[in-house]
Design a protein around this ligand. Structure first.
Ligand SMILES: Cc1cc2nc3c(=O)[nH]c(=O)nc-3n(C[C@H](O)[C@H](O)[C@H](O)COP(=O)(O)O)c2cc1C
Length: 444
């Protein structure tokens, strides 16, 4: 009888918080987003909690209206390389854009992080929904690729990056001082890629790590995003509000992957959650109110605008129905804005209600540690999730989750007591991809 399926857990390291005004919370450390000591502490706490990975999000464009965490934060691969030196088992996952970078460089960066960490690297592949990113990479906003083109670029990009990662067969390096043979040229492979967006000869100047290739994460939920995830992702972040929504997404994407000939069990789907824990439900509710009350409607409108190409929502009456925006948002955070428009229409929400709901979302996971554990178990056991990526909406959110919820999940046999492996793939239960050239040679 195979081992019981276990919940997978990731911790989103969000500095002063993904909440607009979390930095004003009495417990918040106001420079958290650039405080290496704190990132080290959180990573070691998550490792103490036997988490699968820590995750560092990213974006390539800020304005004076951006939230504090986005204004001043570490570049993902840089901070993760430093965290590799102060951790030993936990995975290190960072966001990097395929719309504003070069595949040879990025393949090298993640292969290096993978080698430095002994096989614990993961790459959250995003296409940069923020239109202003173009302005930081020698383009005009009009030259920001369209939503569908960004995914076409990402598709070719991953073809190149995963091809480059196989440049060296695992036993290519002989390093025989006696004979003077450093490597076997027959086991070094150039890619010679010529495509619509990239032309990359290769080989990559770094070999594969112990996990073969870094783990590919993805977080797009539009039609194109889901098809891209089904094609490429080993692990997928989602943003559902309800178990039903999570289940629909889960079955949809795993179904697409199966149709593409992939084994759906080798794909891990992880809803993003921001649990708020209290010794009583009332205490947890109070914690939520305390945070929500820190957010002004002006700041909430600024945050809302970011999802709609930095649209200025102050031009609309606050307590009238959410404005009709047509296609606005569809070239940016497509699934995110589609969902907002759908709620606003279905529930007849005003602009104020939508802005506050987006800026201070009421977590689906709120209550006592037992109540939160019950809900995690329900989503997991009913096939709506393979695990969760835990964001800290309160300054001490991660510590509370590790100290008060993880032990319950472990007692119920739902979460590991000890790491099964010391690579990210090993702990996520995702196989090491064979080297395409070695595999071809074996077949031949
Ligand atoms: C948990 C989670 C983490 C995400 N992290 C990032 C990120 O770091 N950077 C980014 O640009 N987008 C991030 N996104 C947004 C997605 O990459 C994507 O842009 C968004 O879901 C819209 O995708 P779509 O246009 O395919 O619907 C994240 C989404 C989720 C649910």
């Amino acid at each position: 009888m195979g081992t019981r399926r276990k919940i997978r857990l990731g911790a989103a390291l969000h500095g002063v918080g993904g909440n607009i005004s979390g930095w004003r919370h009495p417990d918040a450390v106001t420079d958290a987003s650039v405080n290496f000591g704190l990132y080290k502490k959180w990573t070691q706490k998550a490792e103490e909690g036997k988490f699968d990975f820590v995750f560092v999000a990213d974006g390539l464009y800020i304005t004076e209206k951006s939230i504090p965490h986005f204004l001043n934060r570490f570049e993902p691969v840089t901070i993760l390389s430093a965290l590799a030196g102060v951790s030993s088992k936990i995975g290190l996952v960072g966001t990097l854009s395929t719309s504003y970078s070069e595949p040879f460089t990025v393949a090298r960066q993640f292969a290096s992080l993978d080698m430095i960490s002994g096989g614990r690297a993961g790459w959250n592949v995003v296409t940069s929904p923020l239109e202003g990113s173009a302005l930081n990479y020698g383009k005009t906003e009009q030259q920001h690729p369209s939503h569908s083109e960004r995914y076409r670029i990402a598709d070719e990009y991953l073809t190149v990056a995963t091809g480059l990662w196989d440049s060296w067969e695992d036993d290519a390096f002989v390093r025989d001082k006696e004979s003077g043979v450093f490597f076997d040229p027959a086991k070094m492979h150039a890619l010679n890629h010529k495509g619509n967006y990239f032309s990359v000869k290769g080989p990559l100047n770094i070999a594969r790590s112990r996990q073969g290739q870094p783990v590919i994460f993805q977080a797009g939920a539009s039609e194109t995003g889901k098809q891209f995830a089904a094609q490429w992702a080993n692990a997928i972040f989602t943003g559902p509000e309800t178990r039903e929504e999570a289940k629909l997404y889960y079955d949809d994407v795993k179904g697409r992957a199966k149709a593409l000939g992939r084994n759906p069990e080798e794909i891990v789907i992880l809803p993003g959650i921001g649990p708020i824990i209290g010794s009583t439900t009332e205490e947890a509710e109070r914690k939520y109110e305390e945070l929500a009350n820190l957010v002004s409607i002006d700041k909430a409108l600024d945050f809302l605008g970011r999802f709609y190409e930095h649209h200025d929502f102050t031009q609309y009456p606050l307590d009238e129905p959410f404005p009709e925006l047509g296609e606005l948002g569809r070239n940016s955070f497509q699934s995110t804005t589609d969902r907002m428009k759908a709620w606003a229409k279905k529930e007849g929400l005003t602009l104020r209600q939508v802005a506050l709901r987006v800026a201070t979302p009421k977590p689906a996971f709120l209550g006592t540690p037992e109540a939160v554990a019950d809900k995690l178990e329900h989503w997991f056991e009913t096939g709506a999730a393979d695990g969760f990526i835990v964001g800290s909406v309160t300054p001490k959110g991660l510590e509370e989750f590790v100290d008060r919820v993880v032990p319950i999940l472990q007692r119920r046999g739902l979460f590991r007591e000890e790491y099964e492996a010391d690579t990210l793939r090993g702990n996520l239960g995702i196989p090491i991809p064979s080297n395409r050239y070695a595999a071809a040679a074996t077949q031949a």
